[in-house]
Design a protein around this ligand. Structure first.
Ligand code: NAP
Ligand code: G4F
Length: 330
């Protein structure tokens, strides 16, 4: 029988890759979108334009329980992937209140509506390595205590605890993926990897002459989003609900990402990167590196992309997109 999945955050990086993955597996895919997005499809659906004729979109507000309740009264879902969130850490320092509102209450509304209307629907919560924050173990594992360093990280700890509590209290198949940073050519331009690769492309094309960044010493465990959405799906196929770290097990500095991205187009990063205090955060997460042993052993999950391949693809796609936009030859 065809499975039906609901994805919140379908217009985002992960939502778009997950949609393609589930469609390739024969799923019927539905997505929750904001009403404003439905009114402005050419700008808001850029990541899912290639699958628009194969998905069903529903306008709903994550800030309203009645809206979410109504969504679950229209169709039965086998699986729900709750990816929608204010996902930019730096923004959460500027507006912690709206980050908390959407990320915590939105998750609670989803869980409460599923419990009320479709308790057999399997629920995935998009947890984050930001929950480990000021890390207590290296590498970070499922058992590593949380010490979030931003309103975003705090909101994800709350979402994780809500999800666990619905699982324990009401027997729901509800779990969290503790996903480390994952990127790709569809990454938002505000995140450091895409900021770097898109600016590298503009510098190479003569459209920019510098790249302004904050902390170059921060270390992240960067994987490819295409690999990580496969893990989300695998988690919901297990016999029992459980939480999983998804990571590559490698860590690199922002400096190293810069160096490699500029080298892809034959440039020396040191000639272009300038440090700008405005991009430092009030509290930084200095080091993230995950231990994906549990995902590897129980889900049979392995990442296919290396760090080098990730950077190569991102730079290549940004160079190509720019050449297409300007009519220049690639
Ligand atoms: P993203 O590209 O920023 O996408 C976020 C999605 O959430 C978009 O579809 C956005 O819709 C939607 N959204 C935001 N606020 C909303 C609201 N108030 N109402 C309805 N929808 C709203 O994020 P991503 O990288 O795909 O990440 C997906 C999830 O995984 C997020 O929960 C993120 O926190 C979490 N996560 C990401 C990473 C990572 O490295 N990428 C790692 C760990 C966890 P619009 O298009 O309308 O703005
Ligand atoms: O790319 P970032 O903004 O990602 P961050 O903060 O690690 O968060 C991402 O990954 C999380 C998983 O760990 C997700 F949960 C979250 O939703 C998001 O997807 O910043 C990465 C690092 C930080 O240490 C930051 O201080 O890069 C450093 N950085 C240095 N200069 C910069 C910049 N980050 C940004 N965005 N812009 C800069 O100019």
């Amino acid at each position: 029988m065809t499975k039906r999945a609901l994805i919140t955050g379908i217009t985002g990086q992960d939502g778009s890759y997950l949609t393609e993955h589930l469609l390739s597996l024969g799923y019927e895919v539905h997505g929750l979108v904001r009403r404003v997005a439905l009114e402005d499809p050419t700008r808001r659906f850029t990541r899912i334009e290639q699958v628009l004729d194969r998905v069903t979109l529903h306008a709903a507000s994550l800030e309203s329980y009645p809206s979410i309740f109504h969504l679950f009264s229209k169709h039965e879902y086998d699986e729900c992937y709750h990816l929608a969130a204010q996902s930019f850490v730096a923004e959460s320092f500027l507006d912690g209140f709206s980050t908390m509102n959407v990320n915590i209450n939105g998750t609670h509304y989803m869980l409460a509506a599923i419990r009320e209307l479709q308790p057999r629907c399997r629920f995935y919560f998009a947890g984050s390595s930001e929950m480990f924050g000021k890390v207590r173990d290296v590498p970070q594992r499922e058992e590593t205590p949380f010490h979030p360093r931003s309103p975003y990280g705090i909101s994800k700890v709350a979402g994780f605890e809500l999800t666990r509590n619905y699982r324990e209290a009401y027997g729901m198949f509800a779990l969290s993926g503790l996903l480390f940073n994952h990127e790709g050519p569809r990454r938002g331009f505000e995140f450091v990897t895409r900021k770097i690769t898109s600016t590298v492309a503009r510098i190479k094309a003569g459209q920019a002459d510098e790249l302004r960044l904050g902390n170059l010493e921060a270390r992240r465990d960067w994987g490819h989003a295409k690999d990580y959405v496969r893990a989300m799906h695998l988690m919901l196929q297990q016999d029992e609900p459980d939480d999983y770290v998804v990571a590559t097990g490698e860590t690199h500095t922002v400096r190293e990402f810069c160096q490699r991205a500029f080298a892809e187009v034959g440039l020396d990063w040191q000639q272009y990167v300038k440090i700008d205090e405005q991009f430092y955060r009030p509290a930084e997460v200095d080091l993230l590196v995950g231990d994906p042993s549990k995902a590897r052993e129980r889900l049979g999950w392995e990442p296919e992309y290396s760090f080098e391949e990730l950077i190569r693809e991102m730079v290549r796609e940004d160079v190509r997109a720019l050449a297409g936009a300007t009519g220049a030859r690639a």
